[in-house]
Design a protein. Structure first.
Length: 160
């Protein structure tokens, strides 16, 4: 004889435990992300101070930095930070995703909510963090499309 009420109560308790664990995990990640953001701001402030000090030093000595050189350095720093954030984003995705079997095949479009600002690969519109968009994972990286542009037609999909 099966007692539906008893089994249902246990199942609810199990789901509640899973939900609580997920909430705790999300809170810890959010707290660590906040600390990371604070540290990043401290480092950016120190970096700006160093750039300013070196700029003044070059002016005192009669030499100047070329704008192209400064832009190249800043672009490199931005690239490094983007790689760090992308790495953390991918780590969280792998941790949260239950298994590789549940992943869409490479090259397939999936509708997602972004965790950071990205650019639409079709119209170049910025897609803000927290906005829905379409995502396609490829060997060379990820491609994003805004909701308005949507995923590419099947004819444009890469051949497997």
């Amino acid at each position: 004889m099966t007692h539906c009420g008893h089994d249902h109560g246990r199942q609810r308790s199990d789901w509640h435990d899973v939900g609580s664990a997920a909430e705790d995990f999300a809170r810890r990640v959010a707290r660590d992300a906040s600390k990371f953001g604070e540290r990043l701001a401290e480092h950016a402030s120190a970096f700006a101070g160093n750039i300013s000090r070196e700029w003044r030093r070059h002016q005192r000595h009669g030499t100047e930095w070329r704008g192209d050189d400064v832009r190249a350095v800043l672009k490199e720093v931005r690239g490094i930070l983007t790689d760090v954030v992308d790495g953390v984003d991918e780590l969280i995705e792998r941790f949260v995703r239950p298994s590789r079997e549940s992943e869409p095949p490479e090259g397939a479009w999936t509708r997602v909510v972004t965790s950071r600002e990205v650019t639409c690969g079709s119209c170049a519109r910025p897609i803000g963090a927290g906005e829905e968009c379409h995502l396609r994972r490829r060997e060379g990286g990820r491609e994003f499309r805004c909701i308005a542009c949507g995923p590419t037609p099947v004819a444009d999909a890469p051949a497997s």
